[in-house]
Design a protein around this ligand. Sequence first.
Ligand code: HEM
Length: 316
Amino acid sequence: MADVIENTEFVPAEGAATPASIVAALKAVAGNPPKVRASFAKGRCVRGRYVPSERVAEITRSVNFTRPGRVLARFSMGGGNPNVPDTNRLVLRGFSFRIETDGETSDILVESAPVHFARTLDQMLAFLKARIPGPDGKPDPAKVKSFSDANPETLNQAKYIAARSLPASFAGTTYWGVHSFPVINEAGKTRFIKFKIVPRIGEIVLTDEEAKEKAVDFLHHDLEDRIRNGGIEFDILALLDRPGDPTMDVTARWPGEDERETVVLGTITIVAIDSDHACDVSIFDPGTLAHGVGYPPDEIFAARLKAYRISLAKRQ
Ligand code: HEM
């Protein structure tokens, strides 16, 4: 572990991107706030339960998805700033959940956009470096523009978010797992799926006028209110692959993704707020997957396996 944690000073090193240099760049973009996550720094820890659907075995035979389980989860705001206002329409919303079933664990991390902002690790590092604030506290618009012009696919995520209204609730937001996960079903057949987490109450948003009235932590208060008044429910959907899907490119959606055949794997109900400590003491680990759910094959996923541990070591 020691050699992994080395070289994580908050000044990104020159040269090829590594999980450590990516974490350093994430921190630098946010102004290096101490003792918080390098990404999705502001959030709230909650608890709930998972109940499988009747069709789940068509997609996966894993214990975590085919049996009822306990859930530890965290709703969050994108970026490394722990004080980002919930009224900021242009940052992602995050949702991480851990399903625990009979001693087996599955962590799934999802966000409010169907694509990531970079296809390769080098591209991710360059994207972040272009956005590190200068002495005036702001990124250099010329650097951002010249990087974006040369790497248009890195704008797919920002365009997706910019086209949407301000989320009115964590409980009324749709979240995506972005990567293509190979999953084996009860019949022994493996296929790729994407996770899509759909709120039972549908998507709810605010107009710009309504947003002006909202406090900086309104999403967090809304979460508490909704839990007090009966809980929050999400369906976990599997989007089903077709031959030729771009499973290696996390900046691209699968063709016709919104019209894809889907299967509901199960439902998560959030029933209680937990202490921050319960979520902060370790990581929601993208590499902790249910038996029979494999690692996505893209290089971005591979980097995540180390990056979260490096961030944990830095914030503890
Ligand atoms: C190479 C790509 C990525 C890197 C390097 C990365 C890195 C990180 C890091 C360092 C953290 C903080 C970990 C901690 O201290 O606990 C984090 C948190 C998080 N990331 Fe990523 N991330 C990447 C891609 C993604 C993608 C594609 C998603 C969603 C599909 C995602 C969703 C999240 C969420 C929801 C959290 C908050 C976890 C929590 O609530 O504790 N990340 N990420």
